[in-house]
Ligand binder design. Structure first.
Ligand code: GRF
Length: 209
């Protein structure tokens, strides 16, 4: 049984995709032990509560310094003894201590085909605005391990999505979620749960399938 924590700051549609996959048993042998948010109004917390999953809010605003928050956050997370941490729209920078402690055990979903439209400032609708501005005909989503850089860790899965004539950032965001994010995030967790994902020389290799 792979125990996971899902970290989310907002709506939590990616969290919902994981909850649904666990319920449908397409994600077998996976348990969502906790959902953690930095935002007490995050709808993700309601989704967790509805699915009877522990829902925790820990906000940087409650702490005197970022260091104190990072320490408390890591302590809280460690208490759940999870095997994998899933960042599903989590807008807080992960501390270097946490990355070191959870090396190759934190994954993130990014709404573009990395290395396009990623790095500092590329989050939320901005990613899709920039893709439309550049006029790309294909975009998509990427699930990757989290390392010390921004969106630089080993890539686990990617899926391409067509950009259509007349797309707005919102319509494109929705299509990328529906056709890519909500599919490849549970798929990546499944691959990890089955032990098929290894990191070698900074890249993901699939083994044992
Ligand atoms: C998604 O677009 C995800 O790729 C990005 O943040 C958004 C989160 O959406 N990292 P939701 O909270 O899962 O609905």
């Amino acid at each position: 049984m792979l125990k996971i924590a899902v970290l989310a700051s907002g709506g939590g549609t990616n969290l919902q995709a994981i909850i649904d996959a666990v319920a449908a048993k397409t994600l077998a042998d996976v348990e969502i032990s906790v959902v953690i948010s930095n935002n007490q109004n995050a709808f993700a917390l309601e989704r967790a509560a509805k699915a009877k999953i522990a829902a925790v809010c820990i906000s940087p605003k409650e702490f005197e310094s970022r260091e104190a928050f990072n320490r408390a956050f890591l302590d809280k997370l460690n208490g759940y003894r999870v095997d994998l941490v899933v960042l599903a729209g989590f807008l807080v920078v992960i501390s270097p201590e946490m990355i070191a402690e959870y090396r190759n055990r934190i994954i993130n979903i990014h709404p573009s085909l990395i290395p396009s439209f990623c790095g500092k400032g590329f989050y939320g609708l901005n990613v899709h605005k920039e893709a439309l501005k550049r006029g790309v005909k294909v975009t998509g989503a990427t699930v990757h391990f989290v390392d010390e850089g921004t969106d630089t860790g080993p890539i686990i899965l990617q899926r391409a999505v067509e950009v259509k004539e007349g797309d707005t950032p919102k319509t494109l965001q929705r299509r990328v979620m529906e056709e890519a994010e909500w599919k490849i995030l549970p798929e990546a967790i499944d691959l990890i749960a089955r032990g098929y994902v290894c990191v070698k020389d900074g890249r993901v290799v699939r083994e044992g399938e």
